[in-house]
Design a protein around this ligand. Sequence first.
Ligand code: C2O
Ligand code: CU
Ligand code: CU
Length: 497
Amino acid sequence: MVVSVNRRRFLTATASATAVCASGVSFAQSAPKPLPVPRLIDASSPENSTVDLALQAAVHDFGTGAQSETFGIGQNYLGPVVRVHSGNVVPFRISNGIDEATTLHWHGLHIPGDVDGGPHQEIAPGDVWRPEVPINQPASTNWFHAHTHGRTARQTYKGMAGIMLVEDENSLAADLPKTYGVDDFTLVLQDKSFDAAGRLAYEMSGETLENGFQGESLVVNGALAPVFQGVPKGLVRLRLLNACNARFLKVSLNDNQPFHVIASDGGFLAATETVSEISMSPGERYEILVDMAQLEALDLLVAFSSGDGGGNFLSWLFGGSSRKIALTLHQDASRSGVLAAIPHRLANLDPADARGVRKRRSFALNMAEGGELAALAANWGNVCGGAGMGINGRPMNMNHINFSARLGEAEIWKITSGEQVHPFHIHGCSFRILRQEGSAPPAYSSGWKDMVAVGEGVSEVLVRFDHPATEEFPYMYHCHILEHEDCGMMGQFTTVA
Ligand code: C2O
Ligand code: CU
Ligand code: CU
């Protein structure tokens, strides 16, 4: 769509009143919805009762005025926020109330393969899965989502996802906002496509396979441009998750106000990074602080950046669409919040040190050309089958273990791809990025991560696995563009002593 600058300004200014599809179709949007604040399940005490997660089919209005068919976890769209404490074992009871097999994977948790919830742990319709999940890692914002081989993209898009907060002594003692739903919010950012009637749409095509599914609208916790009334006068903590199937997002504030990044995927940064924009690949999390002490209102802005722009990191970092209002926060001057200064030091985190690491592995992400992908899309069953996409020339094969890593031993993984940028993810660990597309990563991604966006340049991560993963329940490594994952850009490995 070609838009003039004025038209674009107009769209930005009225983003909360009307949503416009790239196709030119527009649907009436009701008045901005309040920000959905999912139910908090506090499972952080040592003697937790079982956490019940009921996977269900439902309908949900994203703010288009129409009811869309969705999936939810104990609610109509997405799931609750589950809070756990490091050092505890948390019993879950996951019941599959939808009429297809699914799984629930704990993205970001350092846990053994047999409770990881990957594609080997399908829950049949009507069945129940009861993993006892041992939490042993620094405080961090993690998530859970469907991971059914060949169906991850559709199931997650329809809403099979939620947030898991890990807390520890350090995070609970820190002078940071931590009252959930008051000054500490979880924000699930997703792009969606709606038809002319305002119903959720998803279409499989060659292009969908090639770029991953890309919607035109952005929803936060399942609502279009929602508003939150009444944050206290003080610091507010926003825990951001890019849960898009394929969209790379650029996040900023109105008037390019600076904000403060305090944590990445795997926990606190060594020190606060003050920036005016961050890039988020699908699967990534960042925690940011915004200062609402002097502001009546604040807009969180999001721009799409497709990741396919000419094959280099800079073009997805700086290219892309205009910014849209994702969320507006209004301050309530009568409520006083955390008025502490922005913390400087956050965690004891040495720079990544790869000296002495001997074990190296290389991963080249590969994908077929346009015409072949169109043919695969036309015959889309659950998986691409054949050789649509793969890693090191092999598509994911549920019956083939690609390699085995040594428990407790550091390794350097080098990951490259073709022209397109792919968000690479590894199960069962957090890693440090040594190089991203040939350079040092931005300071805000130099802490603990489980996602790294890779392209043609050399990207390397320093990784170590501390938990067992067997042939029966191996760990996955894959592209987090969910259509690529479903199409075979994934592999699996075990860890052995
Ligand atoms: Cu977020 Cu293997 O997944
Ligand atoms: Cu994962
Ligand atoms: Cu990919």
